[in-house]
Design a protein around this ligand. Structure first.
Ligand code: C5P
Length: 248
């Protein structure tokens, strides 16, 4: 039996909406027990940095999911801005290479020190959960096995100082083994038994994701598109508590 509150602390709700009010209404509906929310490119593009301040004002912890991928100097100077916004976690694409990853980590540490804040957690995106091995080979030109590619990217990220990765729960156990207990694993592509997988190719149930070693799971549409997001969250939490993990 898993404690419901402990499970809720491991869920990050993806606020993939267009309006500030919709985002704040979801936070008011789901907190407590949810405390972590993800602001992705859709909400950020629609509302800008104001939405971060608004969410922080509601007591939310914020994961800024803008998946930075650019030359090291551009990423580093953007990370300084991210630190000033006060987000708790942000991410970069590990496929941007070691120099870019290191520049992001160093900028996060330097600007936190200057501002007298705790360093923002830096996560690396390994392989998007909407991609499968065939797509990775045929469309991205990566000939390695998907799992190997994910592990290699994770190890490179760890060596470069990131706090953890965004990866499918399918690769969580392998990443945990290779990168150790302290390395954070945040898994999207999580679907409760009753939800459709949509464009996600490598889906796991919340319980399976936790058992595979994910520290956090990102859940968007199954909660935010449900006619009652609160009811959807409660169904997810009871599915986890009842250990009902088998996808048939
Ligand atoms: O609606 P759904 O539960 O699929 O939402 C998953 C969220 O996680 C989306 O906001 C998506 O952009 C994000 N994400 C992902 N795969 C990654 C990184 C982030 O699905 N590798």
């Amino acid at each position: 039996m898993t404690d419901i509150n402990e499970a809720a602390q491991r869920i990050i709700v993806a606020l993939d909406v267009d309006h500030e009010k919709e985002a704040y209404d979801l936070v008011k509906l789901l907190s407590p027990p949810i405390s972590y929310y993800k602001v992705g490119m859709r909400l950020y593009t629609a509302c800008g940095p104001r939405v971060i301040a608004g969410l922080k004002g509601l007591g939310a912890r914020v994961f800024l999911d803008l998946k930075f991928h650019d030359i090291p100097n551009t990423v580093a100077s953007t990370v300084e801005v991210v630190t000033r916004l006060g987000v708790d976690m942000f991410n970069i694409h590990l496929s941007g290479g070691k120099n870019m990853v290191k520049a992001a980590v160093e900028a996060a540490a330097k600007s936190a020190e200057e501002l007298g804040k705790t360093k923002t957690l830096v996560l690396g995106v390994t392989v998007l959960t909407s991609l499968n091995e065939k797509m990775l080979r045929d469309e991205a030109g990566v000939g390695k096995k998907l799992e190997q590619h994910v592990v290699d990217l994770s190890l490179m990220g760890k060596e470069s100082g990131i706090n953890g990765v965004v990866a499918s729960a399918r690769e969580a156990a392998l990443i945990r083994k290779e990168c150790g207990e302290e390395f954070l694993i945040v898994s999207p592509g999580v679907r409760p038994l009753w939800a459709a997988s949509g464009d996600q190719q490598r889906v796991f149930t919340p319980r399976q994701a936790m058992e595979a070693g994910a520290d956090f799971m990102v859940i968007g549409r199954p909660i935010i598109k449900h006619r009652s997001p609160r009811e959807a969250l409660e169904m997810i939490l009871s599915e986890i508590a009842n250990n009902n993990s088998g996808r048939q």
